[in-house]
Structure formats: C-alpha cells, structure tokens
Design a binder for this molecule. Sequence first.
Ligand code: ZN
Length: 452
Amino acid sequence: MNDSKINQFSTKISKLCELLFPIHRCITGNGTRETLKILKNNIDLTLHEIPTGTKVFDWQIPQEWNISDAYILNENNKKIVDYKKSNLHVLQYSVPIDKKLSLDELKKHLFTNSKHPDLIPYVTSYYSKNWGFCLSYNEFLKLKDETYHVMIDSKLKDGSLTYGELLIEGKIKNEILISTYVCHPSLYNDNLSGIVLTTLLAEYFLKNKPYYSIRFLFIPETIGSIAWLSINEKKLDNIEHGLVATCVGDSGVFTYKKTRDGDNTIDHVVEDVLINSKKPFKILDFWPSGSDERQYCSPGFNLPVGSLMRTPYENFEEYHTSGDNLNLMNPKNLVESLLLYISIINKLENYPDKSTVKKQKRKKKTSKFNDPVFLNLFPKCEPHLNKRGLYNSINQSKNLEKMKTQKTIQWILNLSDGTNSINDIAKISKINSSFLLEISEILLKQKLLLKL
Ligand code: ZN
C-alpha cells in the first residue's frame, strides 16, 4: 500500500474518531443509533431495530435507555459531578432519580477506582435496576459530610435495540464475519478503535471486491451478538471464518485470541500474517470470557471466530476509565491494525485447510467416579446468569472471589459439550477440579447442566 493511501486512512481515522468519540453510546438508545447513522456516510449499513421484550435465546431485549443530564449538587449548589463534562460520570443504565440525601447514603451509589485515583471509571448496570455516579477516587476523597442533591434525567422505556449490518458480496457465498461492538461511551481503544477499523475495512472491500463475502456487524456487546445469533441461526452455516475487532488502536503488540477449537483456518492465517509482518506479537488460546467471541464460540455454535487485538481489554492501564481517550489515539497504530486485517482477509483466499480438529470428531464421554461429565443445557450463547443471581450485576467488581466464580462458570458452560470431563476442564482452564465441581453443583441445581 502506498504512502498516499496510508495518509488517506490516517486522515479518515482522525476525523471519524473526533466525530464519534463524544457520543454517548450504550447497549440501546439514541447515541448508538446516531453513531450508526454517521457510519452510514461511509458505508451502506442497514440499521436493524429489535423491539424491547423480544426473546433471544435465554435473554430478552431490554428497555431502551436514554439520558439527557445528570449531576450531584453540594449544599452550596455547586455541581461536584457533572454528566455534561463526561458521559462516564453516570452509572450506565441508571434509572432516573431526583432527591436529597446524606453522604453515607450517597456513597452506596458512587463508583471509583483507587488504582487510578485521577480517572473516572466506566461502570454499567444493565440487568439490575440501579442508579449511580462514577468519579475519580481523588474527587471522592474530597466529599464532605453534608446533604447532596442527586439528579439523573434518564428514561428507561420500551423501545428497541439498534445494530448495524453490511454484507459485501464476494466471489463466493461463503462468509467472513467481522464483528465489533458499539455500546461503549466516550472510550477510545475499547472500543471506538474497533468501530473505526471495521468501518474503514468495509469501505476498503466495497471498493476492492473480496473473494469471500464479508458480513460486518456493529452490535452492542453481549446482548447484540446474542440477538443477532438468535435471529440469524439459518445463516450461520455460511460463516467460514470470523474475527472480533476490539482494542485495535493502542500502541501495544498485536495479540490474537484463538477460536475455541484453536485449529481453524483463521487461526493459521492470522498466525502466518503476524509472522510475515515481522512485528512482535502474542497468540493466546481461547478463554470463555471477553467480548462477543464468547457467544460466537459458545458450544452450541462453536463458530471459527477469533479476535485480533493490540493490548487486550483488561490489560491496558487506561481500560474502562476516562484515561482511555483520544490522547491515546495515534492514527499510525490504527492504520497498522487495519492493514493487518486487510492482509488476513486477502490471505484467506485459497488458503489450504490445515485444521485437524474438525476432521477428528470429538468423542462423547460419560461420567467416571470422581470425574463427572456435564452437558450445558443452554449451549447457544451464554444463559442469562444475572437473572439467576450468578453474575455480578455491576461490571466493576472488587470482589475477587465473585470474579473467580464468574470465570469458573464461564469455563464450565463453554466446555461442557459432552466431550470434556471436569478433569479435562481443569487442565484447559487451570482451575482446580474441586472448585470446578463445587461450581458445577450450583449449575446443576440451577438446571443449567445435566450430568452424563
Ligand atoms: Zn469494554
């Protein structure tokens, strides 16, 4: 690719980032809709609306959330937290509130991150009704013992979930799926960078007809991929390769998270392209938490979808804080990521099938003494753990024990396809088998598992 093309990409990246960064996106609502409408200026996206209450596997499309203002006033009527200054200041999906309360009462609804005392954390509460504010730890420490007035002017109403989709027809009908998520507010690397990369990638292949057809999805994370999979089950046989585009804009080394089988053509091609790039990179085996690959790679689908990132979510300092802003943006990094995605898609054409897993059909197992085999009764996408009290309702948990339980649940559900015993899962997940057994008992009682 010549320098002028690279400069063109850089200019477009800067413009799109600056335009989209301030918009308050969420899993539903007008910010996400507005974002997708702006992308329509670049690529011919189809916007889909799924009504509130629609059943999608074990989930339901939630009510639509919109917000116009939020603040905390102190006794001197001074705004000490102001949504207009940062959309991260509000707990995402907060129900409306307008009341006066004491500092002690207020503290139950405040979220901070003491590890990054100057940054505002990004916190959500999608599936349990709550309200709250997020502020830097240093601002939190300054709060005096007085009466505060909290106001959140939000609306939770029946509406719809919006997502964008574009299918570029290639020379063959078989598809590559490129999926990115559009539900994060003003945060750059996670995941405005993914939105911008996916848009420019689509724009490129609209001008350069690809060999495979390419399906681009711009969806809210988790609920969006669950909804899309639920509505489009019949189309899944066409998907031969896939990637989730996230965290592609920082300067970290490329990190590829493999597909669930770890031995699909996409895994081999990404590795080849990374080797040929002569840049440092990391390749990681699949793990069942993370982004939408969790749903695409749930045992009922097991789609060949990996994720190519730079520094993965949770691993960069500014992750889910106000530090993940446009100061991190250097278009050069995003261009580099984009060129890698283009190379991967081009290389998939006529790539020899080197995979062995698909050919050796995995054998079903039965339980042995002290080494039971379970079957996940909700194999298509994750079951809704929150409504069963099995998931942190707020995405910022300081409770490591809870986090460990959550990850263990995800491992058990993802690998309990009848071919893995508890000891097998222990080897793959590196979680000890007695804890796996303990959690499996809870999942059995909740009727999420069946013992084989
Ligand atoms: Zn995130």
